[in-house]
Design a protein around this ligand. Structure first.
Ligand SMILES: *Cc1c(COP(=O)(O)O)cnc(C)c1O
Length: 376
């Protein structure tokens, strides 16, 4: 098997056999002519299959070292399709720091449907073991987590899940397969918001599930067309294009984030910096073992409290005040009132003075100058 970047550029993008075009066509079609009644050449309908979507699925599944990959219209649509493989009465364990939308989906949609949910500190393996019951089917892990950048051992949590006959699901949105491949570490399923680093340019919403579990993949494929939260062909093309530069973008995201984290650690207005690349980060050793670099996300708290954090978020000029992450442009936000508002009052609620940065690929001197102005 060739290297990561070679596969990112070439898998799913073989030159088109009829024209030699080096990019896969965007197959804007809802249906396919049939050679006889019930004899389609490729598929019978655009929701069931699309060649541009299949190209994306082949590429990203391969990068995650998965036999199967299924693309969805958003990260939450991917999570929804995955959770519907469970049955009413089943139990899910979620980390106590996670994307607010995942928490909302589990607690406001799936509890009505009959799932039960527990949130635990995934760094405490005894607490994780204690949270399991006879009906626990999924242990859901985000590492690094959103927005506290906590890092937990995928291998250790995989063992705990498997001791109890449950699946370990890893949300790999923050790390991307370039930095971390959960299926090789013991996870059973990887989920992505491809909206973020995979797309990489803040111009598309998408989601993905990758797995080596054949039964689960068949159910997900069925959910993809039977429920119908499919991505459009143009979205699939944009995501496939994003994958080609994932490696070079991540290298720059990581280098810039490391410099920003170091700068913030030495700034008098900053209370605490959360970045797995800092040696005093509690998850640093685990991150060194399971990731090849530490990613482009940096969170930090301010001594001046929520009001100061609010002001800093409104004072940068290169860092754009916006939700989302993983694009080439730097973003700043206040999780407690923006991305994680749905966790208010729960154990997942982030500190009110926490700022989250998605560090882009701009020139680092400009990013540091922008933060310096805003913090002063
Ligand atoms: C954004 C995000 C999601 C949800 O994805 P959408 O594409 O916005 O639906 C899930 N997990 C994480 C970690 C995210 O950052």
């Amino acid at each position: 098997m060739s290297g990561f970047n070679t596969r990112a550029v070439h898998v799913g993008s073989e030159p088109d056999p009829s024209t030699g075009a080096v990019n896969p066509p965007v197959y804007l079609t809802s249906t396919y002519a049939q050679d006889g009644v019930g004899v389609p050449r490729f598929s019978d309908y655009g929701r069931v299959d699309n060649p541009t979507r299949a190209a994306l699925e082949a590429c990203l599944a391969g990068l995650e070292e998965a036999r199967h990959g299924v693309a969805f219209a958003s990260g939450l649509a991917a999570e929804d399709a995955l959770l519907r493989t469970l049955a009413p009465g089943d139990h899910v364990i979620l980390g106590d720091d996670a994307y607010g939308g995942t928490y909302r989906l589990l607690t406001r949609i799936f509890t009505d449907w009959g799932l039960t949910v527990s949130c635990v500190d995934l760094g405490d393996l005894d607490a994780v073991r204690a949270a399991f019951g006879a009906s626990t089917k999924i242990l859901w892990v985000e590492t690094p987590s959103n927005p506290m950048l906590r890092v937990v051992s995928i291998a250790a949590l995989g063992e705990v899940a498997h001791e109890h006959g449950a699946l370990l699901v890893a949300d790999n949105t923050f790390a991307t397969p370039y930095l971390q491949r959960p299926l090789t570490l013991g996870a059973d399923v990887v989920v992505h918001s491809t909206t973020k680093y995979v797309g990489g340019h803040s111009d598309v919403i998408g989601g993905f599930v990758a797995t080596n579990n054949d039964d689960l993949a068949a159910k997900l494929k069925f959910h993809q067309y039977a429920i119908g939260a499919v991505p459009g062909p143009l979205d699939c093309y944009l995501l496939l294009r994003g994958l080609k530069t994932l490696g070079v973008r991540m290298d720059r995201h990581c280098a810039n984030a490391r410099a920003v984290a170091t700068f913030l650690s030495n700034h008098a207005a900053v209370e605490r910096v959360y970045y797995p690349g800092l040696t005093d980060h509690p998850g640093h050793e685990v991150a060194v073992q399971q990731m090849s670099d530490f990613g482009g996300m940096v969170s930090f708290t301010l001594r001046g409290g929520a009001a100061a954090a609010h002001q800093v978020c409104e004072s940068t000029t290169i860092f754009t005040l916006a939700e989302s992450l993983g694009g080439v442009e730097s973003l700043i936000e206040l999780p407690a009132v923006m991305t994680h508002a749905s966790t208010a009052g729960s154990t997942l609620e982030p500190p009110a003075n926490l700022i989250r940065l998605s560090v882009g690929i701009e020139d680092i001197d400009d990013l540091i100058a922008d933060l310096t102005r805003a913090l002063d």
